[in-house]
Design a protein around this ligand. Structure first.
Ligand SMILES: Nc1ncnc2c1ncn2[C@@H]1O[C@H](COP(=O)(O)OP(=O)(O)OP(=O)(O)O)[C@@H](O)[C@H]1O
Ligand SMILES: [Mg+2]
Length: 277
């Protein structure tokens, strides 16, 4: 049985009080961050790829791919342009069908679009004829205004509900798109280079926001990115896609929350991934 939260908090406080200055204090803080990571909820579903292949005409893009993504994991996929990253994501989302092999989410075969799986692209794709709130609550189910407003608050845009998409910055538009993806409480979130078009500072803000929301909600996340530093900053695990298969499958066991390129271990992991891209 797990320890009650109040006992855990007391024990954490006691261990902090016992800790001395300097390195010991640092170790305790790092341990707390690590525990926080272990405590996060897992509301996501596992994704399983089995012998997955995809060809377009004569061109084979994915070749007998096997991959198990555990529930709640944040997986980053990197690889050169044209290696099949978006193709793979579209297959998981049920937007396209594999040539052979199988995909399952939560043990159910994916044969078409899944209601518990949401996809976010590089461009926000907001509807210009709806205000921000209307874009987030696009399904218009019962009580949509309240749930859309809560999702907007999650991404820090509660005060922009009545704005038109045209007046938003690129980062804000992408946060609205994130809120729209989250409003139905998906169990799997697929992100296809969602921050690629943003400036470096906004990108870092979005990293923190995504990490924070993911830790709070616990959905399974697959993040496609060109940016190896982004992959290491965010992911539990990084996969390099090359020649239709997995060239590298590497756990990123760094404490959270992470700071961009903060330490030498992050830089060493980035170098290892770059070797395989
Ligand atoms: N609908 C399609 N019809 C024909 N070929 C396609 C189709 N979709 C993708 N391809 C081809 O499959 C390959 C992989 O494309 P994909 O978009 O998955 O690459 P990617 O890794 O996402 O690249 P990038 O990093 O540039 O976004 C490319 O050669 C592309 O031309
Ligand atoms: Mg792509």
């Amino acid at each position: 049985m797990s320890e009650p939260a109040s006992d855990l908090r007391l024990r954490k406080r006691a261990s902090l009080q016992q800790a001395g200055a300097g390195e010991t204090q640092l170790n305790v803080v790092q341990e707390l961050i690590h525990r926080k990571q272990e405590e996060r909820p897992v509301n996501g579903h596992a994704v399983l790829l089995n012998g997955l292949s995809k060809s377009f005409g004569d061109r084979r893009v994915l070749s007998e791919l096997d991959l198990e993504i555990p529930a709640g994991q944040l997986l980053a996929i990197v690889g050169r342009s044209g290696c099949g990253k978006s193709t793979l994501l579209r297959l998981i989302a049920g937007l396209d069908r594999p040539t052979s092999g199988k995909i399952s989410v939560a043990g159910t075969d994916v044969e078409s679009l899944q209601s518990n799986v949401r996809l976010l692209f590089q461009d926000a794709r907001l509807l210009p004829w709806h205000r921000v709130l209307g874009n987030v609550g696009i399904a218009r189910t019962k009580g949509w205004r309240e749930t859309a407003a809560a999702a907007l608050a999650d991404v820090g845009l509660a005060d922009r509900a009545n704005d038109w998409p045209a007046v938003l910055s690129g980062g804000q538009a992408q946060r609205v798109a994130l809120a729209r993806a989250l409003v139905s409480r998906p169990s799997v979130l697929l992100l296809d280079e969602p921050f690629g078009a943003l400036d470096a500072l906004t990108r870092m803000e979005m990293h923190r926001l995504l990490e924070c929301i993911w830790r709070e909600h616990g959905f399974t996340t697959v993040l496609i990115t060109h940016d190896v530093a982004e992959a290491v900053a965010l992911a539990d695990r990084v996969i390099v896609l090359r020649d239709g298969g997995i060239a590298l499958d590497m756990p990123i066991d760094l404490p959270r929350p992470r700071r961009e390129a903060a330490d030498t271990s992050a830089v060493a992991l980035q170098a290892r991934i770059l070797d395989e891209v």
